[in-house]
Design a protein around this ligand. Structure first.
Ligand code: ATP
Length: 308
């Protein structure tokens, strides 16, 4: 008797911005302790997982030439990890549709890994909850756990310990994509070089948590901060001009997203964000601009043909 092949499952997963990123001193194991506030915004990748006799990955969308299609792709590492855990063969095909800029500091690879865990759990009928997938996510990378949950969350450890943060009010953003990418380990290395062994300056997280709870974008604008920004700007000095241009165009504040080089501009509302985006796009200080809002939910199944 032939067994029916389950239909593909498609998962949508958002990019993140760090509203706050405090980087502790370099640890003996080469990592840094982080205190960060993640905020999921409406730039999405879509990941489809399907049974396939020829396992592999296909990638579509912006920046595809920089995305590996071998076992180094973080989404494929997620397949292998869940297959090991479930005692199955990794006999799946992945299709990644990239809407999150590659190597832009918005955790696109981590998002794809989180989406793959959620999609495969459904495809293989493992029915694992997000809390059950979280330890696997943490094993894959510091930002993968947050992409499972989305919303706004406080992250500690290497960023993988997540606590949701109350934020009822939507925030409106303009995201300016830079021409090249930046390697996250190199940005951390540059920060260590700039600090030259001196203790990091304190960057308390409480003001940003209060501003998120209050919902006033002007208060939030005053409390945004990223320790990696100085390192990213040191490596790509044009970012200084981009950050200034966004504020001159009417944004309340601009910040480098994570390790950069993407810059995120907080605006007072949806209309203001459209105006800022239009003006920035005309200035030629970045490759392209997008408007986005946050918070949005984490990795979610949008198409499970069996369920429809
Ligand atoms: P990080 O998560 O390290 O901060 P990032 O958010 O800046 O990274 P990503 O888009 O995740 O950027 O890509 C970082 C690098 O990871 C890319 O240059 C690419 O070679 C590799 N990579 C592996 N898997 C993926 C994936 N699924 N999507 C995008 N890049 C991937």
């Amino acid at each position: 008797m032939l067994s029916a092949v389950p239909p593909p499952v498609t998962v949508r997963v958002p990019a993140k911005i760090n509203l706050h990123l405090a980087v502790g001193p370099l640890r003996g194991d080469g990592f840094h302790d982080l205190v960060t506030v993640f905020h999921a915004v409406s730039l999405f990748d879509e990941v489809s997982v399907a049974h396939g006799d020829e396992p592999g990955i296909e990638v579509f969308g912006e920046g595809v030439t920089e995305v590996p299609v071998d076992e180094t792709n973080l989404a494929w590492r997620a397949v292998q990890l869940l297959a090991d855990q479930a005692g199955r063969d990794p006999d799946v095909r992945l299709v990644l549709r990239k809407g999150i800029p590659v190597a832009g500091g918005m955790a696109g690879g981590s998002a794809d890994a989180a989406a793959t865990l959620v999609g495969l759990s459904a495809l293989w009928k493992l029915d694992l909850t997000r809390d059950e997938l979280a330890p696997l996510a943490a094993e894959l990378g510091s930002d993968v756990t947050f992409a499972l949950y989305g919303g706004t969350a406080l992250g500690t450890g290497r960023g993988e310990r997540i606590v949701p943060v109350l934020s009822r009010h939507p925030q409106h953003w303009v995201v300016a994509l830079h021409r090249g990418g930046l390697s996250t380990p190199k940005v951390f290395g540059e920060l260590d070089r700039l600090r030259a062994g001196s203790e990091p300056t304190e960057r308390p997280v409480e003001p940003v948590l209060e501003a998120i709870a209050g919902g006033d974008p002007r208060q939030l604008a005053l409390s945004l901060g990223n320790d990696l920004q100085a390192a990213a700007v040191s490596m790509v000095p044009e970012l200084r001009r981009t950050l200034r241009a966004g504020v001159d165009a009417g944004a309340l504040a601009g910040i480098v997203s994570g390790s950069g080089p993407t810059c995120a501009f907080l605006c007072s509302g949806a209309d203001a964000a459209m105006d800022v985006a239009t003006e920035l796009a005309g200035l030629g200080v970045c490759r392209t601009v997008r408007v986005a809002h946050g918070p949005v939910p984490g990795a979610r199944i949008i198409d499970n043909q069996e369920a429809t």
